[in-house]
Design a protein around this ligand. Sequence first.
Ligand SMILES: *[C@@H]1O[C@H](CO)[C@@H](O)[C@H](O)[C@H]1NC(C)=O
Ligand SMILES: *[C@@H]1O[C@H](CO)[C@@H](O)[C@H](O)[C@H]1NC(C)=O
Ligand SMILES: *[C@@H]1O[C@H](CO)[C@@H](O)[C@H](O)[C@H]1NC(C)=O
Ligand SMILES: *[C@@H]1O[C@H](CO)[C@@H](O)[C@H](O)[C@H]1NC(C)=O
Ligand SMILES: *[C@@H]1O[C@H](CO)[C@@H](O)[C@H](O)[C@H]1NC(C)=O
Ligand SMILES: *[C@@H]1O[C@H](CO)[C@@H](O)[C@H](O)[C@H]1NC(C)=O
Ligand SMILES: *[C@@H]1O[C@H](CO)[C@@H](O)[C@H](O)[C@H]1NC(C)=O
Length: 444
Amino acid sequence: MNPFSFVVQRSPDVVFSFIFFFLFSSIPPSFGYDPLDPFGNITIKWDLLQSDSGSNFVKVSILNFQKYRHIEQPGWRLGWDWTGKEAIWSMQGAEATEQGNCSRFKGGQLPHCCEKTPSIIDLLPGTPYNMQTANCCKGGVLSSMIQDPSMYGSIFQMSVSASDKADFNMPENFTFGVQGYTCGPAVEVAPSKYSTDGGRRWTQALGTWNVTCMYSQFLASTTPKCCVSLSAFYNSTIVPCPMCSCSCQGLPGAKCLNYGETPSLLQEIKDTNGEPPSLVRCSEHMCPIWIHWHVKQSYTQYWRVKITVHNLNIVKNYSEWNLVALHPNLKNVEQVFSFNYEPLNPYKFINDTGMFWGVKFYNDVLLQEGDSGNVQSEILLHKDPEMFTFKAGWGFPRRILFNGDECVMPPPDQYPRLPNIAQHDAQFSIILFIFSLFLLICCV
Ligand SMILES: *[C@@H]1O[C@H](CO)[C@@H](O)[C@H](O)[C@H]1NC(C)=O
Ligand SMILES: *[C@@H]1O[C@H](CO)[C@@H](O)[C@H](O)[C@H]1NC(C)=O
Ligand SMILES: *[C@@H]1O[C@H](CO)[C@@H](O)[C@H](O)[C@H]1NC(C)=O
Ligand SMILES: *[C@@H]1O[C@H](CO)[C@@H](O)[C@H](O)[C@H]1NC(C)=O
Ligand SMILES: *[C@@H]1O[C@H](CO)[C@@H](O)[C@H](O)[C@H]1NC(C)=O
Ligand SMILES: *[C@@H]1O[C@H](CO)[C@@H](O)[C@H](O)[C@H]1NC(C)=O
Ligand SMILES: *[C@@H]1O[C@H](CO)[C@@H](O)[C@H](O)[C@H]1NC(C)=O
């Protein structure tokens, strides 16, 4: 079958509806609400397990209820304000970064932390067993719920001396310590229940409070971190990432290295607490992550897309990376090669979003810029006769997110276009057929 039999005249209304759809579907998530993951949040749960003459034993669980956003190194750094003169006497599974001024406590042993606003970090993997708790010690890293359901939580325990009053008071003003997250107030919820004998008998916490933290890309960074380029077998134009998608060469703070240059030692020095500085390979878009979507082939019933993710960051390996794509045909995914895939259906009736991530020990780490600094996959999609077309850029994604952050797409009027044949001239079709055969042979 001639793969170009779908060529029909481009009518202006198709183009308009496409642009309209693009505008609507590309509205970036604002202030915490993410239409692709409407219930996504990080919940910090406080369970008061024991309370006895001014000493309270608390278990804190941090759970990442986000489908595709993870917390990467350097990890979470939890903070709060005690309402009184509480002090943390001991802690397992995490630690306070500062002990603070404990001079008001006389005598032998001093508390673990006397700060009014403690700052708590996770322990590193490999911590001595007696300092661990179940589910701790991941260096603050939390996986997304879909990617690794066994790694999305972190738990630590502490004993806290009560302030003046005998009761336990929940602290206020929680912070999560990762850019882009803001936390709400603690809300008392139904107490957590525990069973040690497989559910025959249950004990419960004396009190349970939830704090919910939400992400906003806008708060995290006003500049994007990735961009998308497009191409298709039916057009030799490669539409590059828009210029200055993430930054512009020559702007203050925009550091990049040309090919052949090696980073100097000074540039490689990392801040042990902050995020590693971004140092990218020079490009017109200056993004650390560049994603290419290629419409590779068309068969009678299927079509094939190739996705390549390039890391142009010279100082960073992206471990447990993920990519979220929006395309109406993702509801008919037939096969995904060399990536894991899971459809995301935030609303039961639309099924146009999916999440891709690397295969463990194969391509789950996107290595720093260089020959092996990319991962790729091919997707085979079933043509849905109700909507499938190559017209008006339909074959290209509506949105792409890398590690939960929106990537910059080229403007829709620049998408690779089908060769413009208005006249259904037999001769022309033959030329096209030969041309497409040639393309199929050369580009497979
Ligand atoms: C946080 O996420 C959990 C799990 O999806 C959900 O049950 C809970 O309602 C969410 N909380 C808020 C405040 O959205
Ligand atoms: C409180 O957090 C726990 C998880 O830590 C969750 O299962 C529960 O649904 C939350 N409760 C409310 C009311 O959000
Ligand atoms: C929480 O923050 C507010 C505003 O910064 C401040 O007024 C309040 O005192 C803080 N709460 C505590 C317990 O320190
Ligand atoms: C430590 O706290 C005590 C009161 O608890 C105060 O008198 C002292 O000045 C503080 N020291 C410093 C260095 O802030
Ligand atoms: C990235 O991973 C490679 C291979 O594991 C390692 O050699 C390299 O040092 C890592 N780079 C960074 C910046 O961590
Ligand atoms: C969405 O598509 C996936 C396959 O891509 C399928 O397994 C799933 O059942 C679909 N869900 C709905 C609600 O149509
Ligand atoms: C390929 O797409 C570009 C960009 O939309 C367009 O300008 C060009 O005319 C197309 N090429 C052909 C052969 O149609």
